[in-house]
Design a protein around this ligand. Sequence first.
Ligand code: THU
Length: 159
Amino acid sequence: MDTKEIKIAYREYTCAAELPEKERELVEAAIEAAKASYAPYSDFNVGAAVRLEDGTIVPGTNQENDAFPSGICAERTAMYAAGARYPDKSIRALALVGGPHHTICDTPATPCGACRQVMAQFQKKAGRPMQIILAGAKKIWVFEKVDDILPLIFTSLDK
Ligand code: THU
């Protein structure tokens, strides 16, 4: 028997101004997107933005519903919008911000399991790593690939 460890490396910043320009732009797009969050039930407003291979940025927000399971997270809104509008352009990066009542939490909001699995699918479709940027007001975490936030990632098929 062996005891194994999984190590995850990520960069931490204390504010968006410290980020490399492309990453900062994507965080700013997620912050802008969050203004359109529709979250009358949770009052937790989330904005996401994905950057495509050609630099196009696609926003998304959480969208809630009277029938609770019909709502959807900001990350999936952004990824599915990108997939629907630009099916042949891969997603290279995703930024996320969120907090109660249109604020941004000090520590980053982190994606739910379902969103991580959808990120994994888009990364697989792209055939290259998708960077994930989780931005809080006092901490920003940058992961270079979806695997880093979804260890032992599930994949069923080669395609
Ligand atoms: N939510 C997101 O949009 N993304 C996340 O990463 C976490 C949760 C949304 C779902 C729901 O509308 C609200 O935040 C509270 O869970």
